[in-house]
Design a protein around this ligand. Sequence first.
Ligand code: GDP
Ligand code: IMO
Ligand code: MG
Length: 423
Amino acid sequence: MKVDVLLGLQWGDEGKGKVVDVLTPRYDVVARFQGGPNAGHTLEFEGHKYVLRSIPSGIFQEGRINVIGNGVVLDPILFMEEAEALEKSGVEMKKLLKISKKAHLILPTHRLLDAANEAAKGSGKIGTTGKGIGPTYTDKISRNGLRVGDTLSPDFAGRYAAAKSRHLAALASLGVTDPDVEALERKWMQAVEYIHQYDLADTEHLINGYLHDGKKVLCEGAQGTMLDVDFGSYPFVTSSNTVTAGACTGLGVAPNRIGEVYGIFKAYCTRVGSGPFPTELFDETGRQIRDIGHEYGAVTGRERRCGWIDLVALRYAVMINGVTQLIMMKSDVLDGFDTVKACTAYRVNGETVTDFPYDVDGLEIEPVYTEMPGWKTPMSGMTSESEMPGAFLDYVAFLEKELGAPITILSVGPDRAQTILRQ
Ligand code: GDP
Ligand code: IMO
Ligand code: MG
């Protein structure tokens, strides 16, 4: 068997959680492969709304195994809060969830370092989620990290203390002296004990075993391609590989085991935090998209920056990920617009550019738009493609041609049921 991968093609918040939940009935296993509680994946069904941070979005579909892979960074406190809330709502967490022993731990001091690093950058700050993501992956790559499996070792307390004192020295060099970590630390240690109630495993063996047994596995990405540490708008990115290749390293799945790659995007574009955004709108249209699309962070409530769809960035994302199927979200948000625009190229210093540029952050970019008539029809109650307005289907066909892959799912609202599967 092969694994299928679902990931974001833009700057995150494309609607990954919703679609993973919709697709899970086709799978036996759902696995997260990177990122951590910087993610906020929203699911809505039967009148309830849930926001998942570290736990895969397959958790609500009965009997499915969910895996937190080695590529994920885990904050025990946030994990415990999330898992306990789900247990209260009846999810059999300890039966359904497996956690990689190789996943790295976010320490309380990682969060403090995240904040201190951001403060030190001043106006050049990244606008991180403040969850300690960058410092934790930094420790991983510099071979200083602590992993979930290490908490089972007799010398864990000593290793924790060594990491903490290294972090305190780094904090002092950033001007943060005597931070109050004691209370957080106590809670963190309790949360580590809580995690010991779960199946802590070498999940690469589990996943490959599932594939060997003919089970179907869906890998769930977090963040989006334009936030990838290698291919995104560096340095305004997250600290992990959010692209398809990240599923290989983040779960221990060989590249020749990748099957379908579902690339998910919004009918427009959003971004939270700092960094380049060529099609960003600062006008009334941008505000309208934000209001109609409720474009505020799922966790932080931060206002998301909004703009028209960027096909230069999307074509790049389709290429890097080897996307085989596209999924278009939030089509309904554009229902009321007289015209819709899509950026097909950038004008840079008088030249037309169609490849996403290396120095996107330093360039004066003028988007080149194709404008199309809006469909001016509410679509959120529609349940099949045959009901959809011609102008909308023309827009979909235009996008498929520009992106070179079929759009197989159209989402017209936040609820599980507001999803149209195309033939
Ligand atoms: P994720 O991080 O990729 O899982 O996405 P988020 O959950 O952060 O953000 C997507 C937001 O859009 C959530 O509030 C969803 O409930 C909502 N949403 C998802 N699909 C649709 C859709 O088709 N239409 C509308 N109007 N909202 C949607
Ligand atoms: P989901 O999975 C949108 C952004 C932050 C910041 C940058 C780095 O819900 O799509 P970090 O805390 O990772 O060091 O922040 O990345 N960012 C996201 N933006 N959706 C996300 O996740 C994000 N996770 C991180 O806003 O600009
Ligand atoms: Mg999100």
